[in-house]
Design a protein around this ligand. Structure first.
Ligand code: FES
Length: 271
């Protein structure tokens, strides 16, 4: 039986030398950029709103709980809700305490190699997908301001680790039920899952993997670094999954604490 052959004529001369059409793809390549724009936009709107609220971010001893929103931890303003305060405070800070710390988790996410790929594609259309025409005629990469700032990612990675330690501490504190002793509530589980996802996101980071195994000429001479690298490599392969899961869950954690703190729901005690 003869196999029908078909060919598509490609005329070069489009943006940056590609075909003179937007794309030859027939599949729904646009779904991924649309999802990326929708989720990131929703997150930015919600987190900005939550950061400016400056209330309902802590559930305290009055209801036998110790739950703090990750958007407000560590709480470094002198007027933080009692119980949520970190050891150190910026006296005279009158805005929301969330604004003091926002730059670090935000900087870590914004400069993440995976998110860069996603938002360059979805928002800049540079290009929007594989084999789809770039929306821009030229490309300067990350060699100029402001995109050269993306090189700060490795430093934000260390800041992210500090936040992971603090949020892990918050999760452990959530087992404490002032006036009742120790136990587990839905809030405890929410904070533990949030801290775990943030650790997985950080440990699967490309900069983290490079720190452990990069620039090593012979693994046999660096057995410890080799072990770390072996441990991190499968996590690194799932970095995209951890990026989205931790982003969505950190917002859900704030929603949960906010609902309990405002009295809309109560934090159910499991044992
Ligand atoms: S590459 Fe995504 S957090 Fe480092």
């Amino acid at each position: 039986m003869a196999i029908a052959e078909s060919s598509t004529k490609v005329v070069l001369g489009g943006t940056r030398g590609g075909p003179d059409v937007a794309t030859l793809r027939k599949d729904r390549w646009w779904i991924q950029p649309v999802i990326t724009v929708s989720v990131l936009t929703a997150f930015v709107i919600y987190s900005t709103w939550a950061a400016f609220q400056n209330k309902y971010y802590y559930v305290g001893a009055n209801v036998h709980r110790d739950l703090v929103s990750p958007f407000y931890s560590p709480c470094l303003a002198s007027d933080c809700i009692p119980g949520s305060k970190a050891g150190f405070a910026f006296n005279g800070w009158t805005l929301s305490p969330a604004l003091i710390i926002l730059i670090f988790p935000l900087g870590f996410r914004l400069t993440c190699y995976y998110y860069r790929r996603s938002y360059y594609r979805a928002f800049w259309w540079s290009p929007p997908a594989c084999a789809v025409s770039d929306a821009h005629a030229s490309y300067s990469g990350e060699t100029r301001f402001p995109l050269i700032m993306q090189n700060l990612h490795r430093y934000f990675f260390f800041a992210g680790l500090i936040f992971n330690v603090l949020l892990t501490y918050d999760a452990l504190r959530a087992f404490r039920q002032p006036g009742l002793g120790w136990g587990v509530t839905i809030g405890t589980i929410v904070l533990v899952v949030n801290a775990t996802l943030l650790w997985l996101y950080s440990l699967s980071c490309h900069a983290c993997r490079h720190l452990c195994g990069g620039q090593v000429k012979s693994f046999s001479e660096h057995p410890l670094r080799y072990r770390f690298w072996k441990f991190l490599t499968p996590l690194n392969a799932k970095h995209m999954n951890f990026a989205w899961a931790s982003l969505v869950f950190v917002a859900l954690t704030d929603v949960y604490v906010r609902l309990v703190a405002s009295g809309a729901i109560s934090d159910y005690k499991l044992f």
